[in-house]
Write a protein that binds this ligand. Structure first.
Ligand code: NAP
Length: 325
């Protein structure tokens, strides 16, 4: 599609030269070996045609672990490899990936061998962004950050990043990376109307350090939509085998909040999913929201949030009342 860049917004990541789409697509769920490849392919094409240039992976996405990267390699072969220079592809290492002491956490040994494996699975020469997926209190931060720096020096990554790091450790990591000459591009924390921890001090730290912010699970894994208002659909994440969200997560208390939020969204002329994304994007320093999807139509719906990003003080206060910081 020739008009893919007409409507998407691109936002600079921190004080870097790289801009990311305001909406990015994550391949954590629904791109694994257990899922329909044709659906995964169709979601990727839909996203790219809507200007979603950033695809986020990790070594362990699947299931089975590694299969989302393998499938993404196949999707590149079928549809997207010709557009490699128009894509920002990220991957990560930090959670359990293989047995023994070298397939988990934050050692240089784990990070560098994991990135080599990821590149093979996706059949890529380099990724655009390589993340340490979670903090590891047993490995010296200097070792983990030096390993990230090495990935850029070896040409296997263009930028490096961190995920799930608390504010203080983020500042420390950013300082080390700056000294090494490979600035931290972006931080990937969880954030949504239901999960506002980054407002306490992380957002201010990222601003000070000049690091971008791309938030994951901005829809609280789908809870911030109208899909659970009439029960748990069989084709939803809570109705399926995900293990990360189940029917017990959809409590009466949650539903009451979802109902109230849905009313505000309707008054704004948005779906609840769209309002939840616009709400995350209201922060000055927010580079991108990292959505997941199970169907191509959800991606189009989510990207539709961009036509209403403004909130009145009354709307923000009403959301605070329902889901306080
Ligand atoms: N760094 C980390 O530690 C970490 C952790 C988790 C995730 N992530 C990243 O963040 C990405 C997104 O995470 P997530 O999948 O939890 O994000 P999310 O956007 O909060 O939830 C995605 C789910 O919400 C539902 N959905 C999406 N768009 C919808 C719409 N427009 N209307 C109604 N429902 C909609 C779909 O669920 P149904 O299946 O119910 O249709 C979809 O699978 C991951 O793919 C991954 O890249 C990173």
């Amino acid at each position: 599609m020739s008009n893919r860049y007409d409507h998407m917004q691109y936002r600079r990541s921190g004080r870097s030269g790289l801009k990311l789409p305001a909406i990015s697509l994550g391949l954590w769920h629904n791109f694994g070996g257990i899922n329909s490849f044709e659906n995964a392919r169709s979601m990727s094409r839909t996203a790219f045609d809507l200007g979603v240039t950033h695809f986020d992976l990790a070594n362990n996405y699947g299931p089975p672990a590694g299969s989302a990267e393998e499938n993404f390699g196949r999707i590149l072969d079928h549809d997207l490899r010709a557009f490699r220079d128009e894509l920002v592809i990220s991957t990560k290492a930090g959670y359990h990936m293989w047995n023994g002491p070298y397939g988990d956490h934050g050692s240089r040994k784990y990070l560098l061998s994991s990135l080599d494996q990821s590149l093979k699975r996706m059949k890529l020469d380099y990724v655009d962004i390589f993340y340490h997926h979670r903090p590891d209190n047993e490995t010296p931060l200097e070792e983990t950050m030096t390993a990230l720096d090495s990935t850029v020096r070896s040409g296997k990554a263009l930028y490096v990043a961190i995920s799930n790091y608390p504010a203080e450790k983020t500042a420390e990591a950013a300082r080390i990376l700056r000294e090494l000459g490979t600035p931290c591009l972006i931080h990937q924390p969880s954030y949504s109307i239901f999960n506002r921890w980054i407002e306490k001090d992380l957002l201010a730290t990222l601003e000070t350090e000049g690091v971008g912010c791309i938030v994951f699970s901005p829809l609280a894994q789908g809870m911030l939509s109208d899909k659970y208002l009439g029960g748990v659909p069989a084709d939803s994440r809570a109705g399926g085998p995900s293990g990360f969200l189940n029917a017990n997560s959809i409590t009466e208390e949650k539903l009451a909040k979802i109902r109230a939020l849905n009313e505000i969204a309707q008054q704004r002329g948005q779906s609840l999913a769209q309002m939840a994304l616009s709400w995350c994007l209201r922060h000055q320093g927010m580079t991108s929201v990292l959505i997941g999807a199970s169907k191509p139509a959800q991606i189009a719906d989510s990207v539709g949030c961009l036509s209403n990003l403004e909130f009145s003080a009354e709307e923000l206060a009403a959301i605070d009342e329902i889901a306080p910081a």
